[in-house]
Design a protein around this ligand. Structure first.
Ligand code: C5P
Length: 224
């Protein structure tokens, strides 16, 4: 079967990365989490007190950022490195999630990330998830999946994930963060979150992970 490019987009906490990881294992494709790049950039901006409303300051900061994905020796999972530091864990913090959509709306930040994503995906046999993969990063992807799920289910899933790390977190905080990110992500000027016209929709509100994988694999086989 021929190798293809798979673009997965959708709302926050819809299970995009879960599906992408499943597909990557099943197909032996490389998985790239584009959201991790925006999160790592945000982490850098926060740590270095970058005023991201100031264009020259943003350009200067971006010129000091190197992003890389490396495979974890034990788990085999791909993890993001910011200037040689593994930040895979710390970028999942709510402190980063609170600011990432603001940072990801900046034109210079998007050009910086998109150029690298396109380079990483220059060869087929890749799965990338995010918000603009099917519309902007890989408009010619053979398979585009747009994922969605009920709001309450998404909040619940993300809450469980964050609660394990920080038991002080509240469901209200998590809900507010998801709503805010979805709003900013779908209303920004530069490549807003949108379903590509040729994307297939998977609503996984009532699907198990196995069922969601089976559905996605059916689409993959149609395109291979
Ligand atoms: O996928 P994840 O939820 O980790 O992404 C974090 C944030 O990064 C999103 O809420 C969005 O603001 C931004 N993002 C984006 N474009 C992408 C991937 C993520 O703007 N392709």
């Amino acid at each position: 079967s021929k190798k293809i490019t798979i673009a997965i987009d959708g709302w926050s906490s819809c299970g995009k990365s879960t599906l992408a990881k499943q597909l990557s294992k099943e197909l032996g494709y490389i998985y790239i989490d584009s959201g991790a790049m925006y999160r790592a950039i945000t982490l850098y901006f926060l740590r270095n007190h970058i005023d991201w409303t100031n264009e020259p300051e943003v350009d200067e900061a971006l010129s000091n950022i190197t992003l890389e994905f490396r495979s974890n020796n034990k788990t085999g999972d791909s993890e993001i490195y910011l200037n040689e530091e593994n930040v895979e864990y710390v970028i999942r913090d709510l402190v980063v999630a609170e600011k990432v959509s603001e940072v990801a709306a900046i034109k210079a930040v998007r050009s910086f990330a998109v150029a690298q994503q396109q380079k990483m995906g220059a060869e087929k046999g890749i799965i990338m998830d995010g918000r603009d993969i099917g519309t902007t990063v890989f408009p010619n992807a053979e398979l585009k999946i747009f994922m969605t799920a009920d709001n309450a289910i998404r909040v619940e899933r993300r809450f469980k994930e964050l609660y394990e790390k920080n038991p002080n977190i509240t469901i209200e905080e998590v809900k507010a963060n998801l709503e805010m990110r979805d709003y900013i992500d779908s209303h920004r000027e530069v490549s807003p979150l949108q379903k590509a016209s040729d994307a297939v929709v998977i609503d996984n509100s009532d699907l198990t992970q196995t069922q969601q994988l089976q559905i996605a694999l059916k689409y993959v086989r149609m395109k291979q």
